[in-house]
Design a binder for this molecule. Sequence first.
Ligand code: GLV
Ligand code: MN
Ligand code: MN
Length: 415
Amino acid sequence: MLETDGMRIDGATLVSRLRELGRVGRDEQSRLSRLAVSDADKAGRDLFVQWARAAGLDVEVDRVGNIFAILHVANGEPSAPVMMGSHIDTVTDAGILDGCYGVLAGLSVIEAIQASGVRPAVPVAVAAFTNEEGVRYAPDMMGSLVYAGRMDVDEALAARGTDGTVLGEELTRIGYAGSGMARFPTPRAYVELHIEQGPILEREGIAIGAVENLQGISWQRVTVEGVANHAGTTPMSMRRDAGQAAARVVTFLSDRFKHADASTVATVGCMEFHPNAINVVPGRATFTVDLRDPDAARLTEEERVLRGYLDQLAAKEGVAITLERLARSEPVSFDPHIVQIIEASVHASGYSVRRMTSGAGHDAQMMALVCPTAMIFVPSRGGISHNPNEHTDDADLIKGATILLDVVTRLLDDP
Ligand code: GLV
Ligand code: MN
Ligand code: MN
């Protein structure tokens, strides 16, 4: 166990819980897909709630299914907590750490505070936000977006999933449709511990990232309508091939940003052809575009450039192209004071630290809209994430949780 001011993270419990939660939501091929508000998500939520209740915490669920586990002050009225959190939903074929680490480390922090016998004067809470990943229902970071008051809860509950389900109905079905908003005031501070999911800390041999900002994210769905036709009889010059047009967009984006000084990143992660048959020219293609940039104006400009390219392409290829916005979240700068506290905590522990930007979206991005917020990163082996090979050494996971504990205790003492 590592120690901070007489308080200790129980590293063995943290690691064994991460593995246990990581076994929930596996298919026959052992792939982990705990998509938001699915049966697997319910089983993961149940496990977290069971651990939180066993620790003696109050558990609240709000209307969008966010779970809050709270250590209240003795005999006190509900007051503004120091909050930690993240998410336990996953992408398809996921690793076990993304999100789960922040939630379970938050629980370990509260348990460490309890075990020390110190009863803080301020509540401490850990949140597991609904649908951070956005794979099944868009937008991503939905639970924290609703919590932050930037999305209407009824709109979120009406979201239709990629499988045709409605989020609110699924929440009711799995027993996680709460009845109101969380019954405590806006947190004093929010700190999210997460694996980096990128290569920087490992490459530079640095233990901890003090995350000072997070880039903006734009998600759009593109539909290309051409004409389905016979693959053998239709001359190449007479085709209105939706598939070929879609492929051109993929290469356009990669050519545009694959140079060293581009700050924008672009991903086409989903693509479907219709009718999707070997001997039919695709009549329709639908695909998604994920664009990210730390600068909001540049992100907007790149959305505009893409629209312009699609218009030209439609005219050239004789197809119709429509765009639908799925999500847009603005870049955020985290609270400089909390970033400094993280750095001070790491220095006091004798580890190395650097400031960094988060490339991934996180619930902290939404929490930053309502209270002072920052994030702590630990290294990801090979910079791999959203992949079953996602890995961080146990010692690094425990180190990160120990820094989280120290930062939270400093925030509890912060006037
Ligand atoms: C969430 O993991 C995202 O960055 O897409
Ligand atoms: Mn995550
Ligand atoms: Mn993720």
